[in-house]
Design a protein around this ligand. Structure first.
Ligand code: SAM
Length: 283
């Protein structure tokens, strides 16, 4: 039996059986593989790291999208940096009166996700409300004069083309194109095995925003335990929205979910002590 062996973190490997290789090639920017696994369904990896799987992507993409949008309550414009598999875009399209700009550096990810894993994007790339830009997200935010209510940084881990999407300079440029009451959300990895990335994002975002924290969700295909989404805003009221208000907004939105609930939303921000200590550098 062929194994997909992800060795992202020192001493920790994730092995998935490869029941069938659907696609495997260099895109010119990244090594892209799509394969079948009897537990996770179709799996996409980039440069040897699992990006998304058919069976558990709903957890990641629902929490990535509905937490900031329902917390904010009046989002009209969303910028997605990365997100080439289309999962975040599919969740975004569930919301009314929304315009999405999605900037991904690698068109092959979009094309191959649409072709081989259509359930992930669910037609979002063909929705007239979505404007697709093929570019380096770091350069895009530096050059744009547009502004967005929410910026979702759905990047690969800080290696290869994704590395620039974790820099202080990139975060500062994101702030420049964020509305004053806007929210930035990051894919910030698994704290137990990526403590350094967590702390660096916390420090770099903390230098720009007065409300910076993380919220958590367990993604079965992300090895090392619960994963963290970074949250940064200069409008603390968004994070402190009441459960009752969230429930009203969730009901009014009419969106269907399989993981997200208003209660899960609020609970996701409760950081366990060991993660709090990572941020304050307590031992
Ligand atoms: N869920 C995944 C995770 O947690 O790592 C992320 C999924 S998504 C496929 C990651 C996307 O980031 C890819 O489509 C990749 O092409 C894109 N990407 C990497 N570096 C980028 C950059 N500098 N600018 C824009 N997109 C980038």
């Amino acid at each position: 039996m062929q194994l997909f062996d992800e060795g992202l973190h020192s001493g920790v490997n994730l092995a998935l059986s490869v029941d069938k290789v659907i696609y495997r090639d260099e895109t010119g920017l990244q090594d892209l593989m799509i394969f079948e696994n009897n537990t996770f369904g179709l799996v996409m990896s980039l440069d040897g790291a699992v990006q998304t799987t058919e069976k558990d992507e709903f957890i990641y993409h629902e929490m990535f999208v509905h937490v900031p949008l329902l917390a904010h309550g009046n989002v009209r414009r969303v910028l997605v940096i990365g997100g080439g598999d289309g999962g975040a875009a599919r969740q975004l399209m569930k919301h009314q009166d929304i315009a999405v700009t999605l900037v991904d550096i690698d068109r092959s990810v979009i094309d191959l996700s649409k072709q081989y894993m259509p359930s992930v994007s669910g037609g979002a790339f063909d929705d007239p409300r979505l404007d697709l830009v093929i570019a380096d997200g770091c350069r895009f935010v530096k050059e744009t004069s547009d502004r967005w209510d929410v910026i979702i940084i759905d990047s690969t881990d800080p290696h290869g083309p994704g590395e620039v999407l974790y820099t202080a300079e990139f975060y500062a440029d994101c702030k420049s194109c964020l509305a004053d009451d806007g929210i930035i959300i990051t894919q910030n990895g698994v704290p137990f095995v990526q403590e350094t990335e967590l702390r660096e994002s916390y420090d770099r975002l903390g230098a720009l925003f007065n409300d910076v924290t993380f919220y958590l969700a367990a993604i079965p295909s992300y090895v090392g335990g619960i994963m963290a989404f970074g949250w940064a805003s200069n409008h603390p009221a968004h994070r402190n929205v009441s459960l009752a208000t969230l429930a009203e907004r969730y009901l009014a939105s009419g969106i269907a979910t399989d993981y997200y609930t208003p209660e899960v939303h609020k609970a996701a921000f409760a950081l366990p002590l060991h993660i709090q200590k990572m941020l304050t550098r307590e031992k």
